[in-house]
Design a protein around this ligand. Structure first.
Ligand SMILES: Nc1ncnc2c1ncn2[C@@H]1O[C@H](COP(=O)(O)OP(=O)(O)OP(=O)(O)O)[C@@H](O)[C@H]1O
Ligand SMILES: [Mg+2]
Length: 211
């Protein structure tokens, strides 16, 4: 059962790079069992906000409070592109160090590979996958961690329309079935359609709409 109150609460977040502030006084709350879409044009601050919530960056001002474990699917993965890991290994890594029994882990890994549509590619190396396939392997890894809070940055990048639609349904499915708090950043309004709330960013300023 989820604890009472929001999974993520952030207040007055400000962040910048090289002395230039790109995120201004942003406050958001993510609820358990709900999907939050982070929308807005390229450069509006979606990745910066998601990374602040996940603890990748420390805010210049403001604070982030997480109630539960968090897993992040980054927009620009660095290491996995060059490591000769298979899809199965990559997704299995998600279960390491988590509260998942070893015999259960095997089922979780197979389930998540299926959920992102990578069945049949389990023994393929990440270096031999397309960008969209690689992103889906990392998404499956994040989901396999059974984290309480899952943050995804453009998990639908590089996918054709049928695959995009499928990926757009995953967060709502995870929120409904497992009660996780999910946040998804994307240019595509596909996540907006399934979201419980939309945080729209415009030049580092956020507006929140409940749907
Ligand atoms: N490492 C960095 N160094 C300097 N500036 C950065 C860095 N990362 C992001 N920025 C700047 O911060 C602003 C917000 O970038 P961010 O990546 O958060 O936007 P985004 O909404 O995720 O864009 P996209 O949709 O293209 O992924 C932009 O002006 C960008 O140029
Ligand atoms: Mg981004």
């Amino acid at each position: 059962m989820s604890p009472p109150g929001p999974a993520v609460s952030a207040h007055g977040l400000c962040y910048g790079y090289a002395g230039r502030e790109v995120l201004h006084d942003v406050s958001v709350e993510l609820e358990y069992g709900a999907v939050t879409a982070f929308a807005g044009p390229s450069g509006s601050g979606k990745s910066t906000l998601v990374e602040l919530l996940a603890g990748v960056h420390v805010p210049l001002r403001g604070e982030v409070r997480l109630v539960g474990s968090v897993s992040l699917v980054v927009q620009r993965p660095a290491a996995p592109e060059t490591l000769p890991l298979t899809v199965h290994d990559t997704v299995s890594m998600g279960t390491w160090g988590r509260r998942i029994a070893r015999r259960e882990a095997r089922g979780v890994v197979a389930e998540m590979i299926g959920a992102v549509g990578l069945d049949g590619l389990e023994s393929r190396s990440l270096t031999e996958l397309s960008g969209g396939q690689r992103q889906r392997a990392l998404l499956a890894q994040a989901l396999a961690s059974r984290a309480d809070i899952v943050l995804m940055d453009e998990p639908d990048a590089g996918l054709d329309s049928a695959r995009r639609e499928h990926i757009h349904e995953l967060p709502a499915d995870q929120a409904a079935r497992r009660g996780v708090a999910v946040g998804c950043a994307s240019h595509d309004d596909g996540f907006v359609a399934t979201a419980d709330q939309v945080i729209r960013l415009e030049a580092g300023h956020a507006t929140t709409t409940a749907t």
